[in-house]
Design a protein around this ligand. Structure first.
Ligand SMILES: O=C[C@H](O)COP(=O)(O)O
Length: 251
């Protein structure tokens, strides 16, 4: 499982740089503009400059409306600014068809510019609270649009978490659908260390985290702490080892 950490600024990205050996992807976002809030192009560029070259930089394009042209142009902006993972939150899409329209535009805009870029279609575990596409529709939206990964995050950061809205067995189904479609499955939403066993068992490819690695567990007022990133990674590795041993023992 890969670890994606979301800094909101160059200062926080320096914290990620100090913990670089413990993380896999640095994901630039602007949490005060929403769950997948988009940051400024120059912040993406500055963060690309401070993060080690072997770590991909991801950027969120926003909790986007159903405006395929607008979103495609924004996604290209993120890619031009140096992000190679482009994450789009399908906030304003109420049907799978709308979501496919948006993601097709993103995939074309980004991959025409940079064919090796990695496009992530993100739905929301708490979609029922905001009226957007159902979580289990996201893998097929990602497949039909030519995206590379299907993701879930939570839209409303009010203390409720991924598994509060999408139980373990439904998350497992999400991962299975993504894998059957040849995609990676990414999960986030106030994930904590205690969730790592379940996320490992269901075969999650990427876990996205912010609050759990901020001081005080507070994604808004806390800052990303390198020692919390290291501790989170150590728990991920422990669960991976234990799961591999259990699978081997089961024959
Ligand atoms: O992409 C991952 C998000 O930044 C998750 O943030 P969170 O762990 O605070 O919900």
């Amino acid at each position: 499982m890969l670890l994606l950490i979301s800094p909101d600024s160059v200062e926080e990205a320096l914290g990620c740089e100090r913990a670089a050996e413990h993380l896999d992807i640095v994901d630039v976002k602007k949490p005060d503009e929403g769950s997948l809030g988009a940051n400024f192009p120059w912040v993406i560029r500055q963060i690309r400059d401070v993060v080690p070259a072997d770590k991909p930089v991801s950027a969120t394009v926003g909790d986007v409306p159903y405006k395929p042209g607008t979103v495609a142009q924004a996604a290209l902006g993120a890619a031009v600014s140096g992000a190679t993972y482009i994450k789009v939150g399908l906030y304003g899409c109420t049907t799978p068809e709308q979501a496919v329209d948006v993601m097709r535009g993103v995939v074309r805009a980004v991959k025409d510019y940079r064919p090796d870029a990695f496009v992530v279609a993100s739905g929301y575990a708490d979609a029922h609270r905001i009226g957007c596409v159902n979580p289990l529709a996201v893998p097929d939206i990602a497949r039909r649009s030519g995206s590379d990964a299907a993701m879930l995050d939570t839209a409303i950061k009010d203390g409720t978490r991924l598994f509060d809205h999408v139980p373990h067995d439904v998350c497992a189904e999400f991962v299975r659908l993504a894998h059957d479609a040849g995609l990676l499955a990414a999960l986030a939403g106030s994930v904590k260390v205690g969730d790592l066993g379940a996320l490992t068992r269901i075969g999650t490819d990427i876990v996205g985290v912010r609050g759990a690695v901020c001081e005080g567990g507070d994604r808004d007022t806390g800052r990303i702490q390198p020692h919390l990133v290291a501790a989170f990674r150590a728990e991920m590795d422990r669960h991976a080892r234990e799961y591999a041993a259990a699978v081997a023992a089961a024959g």
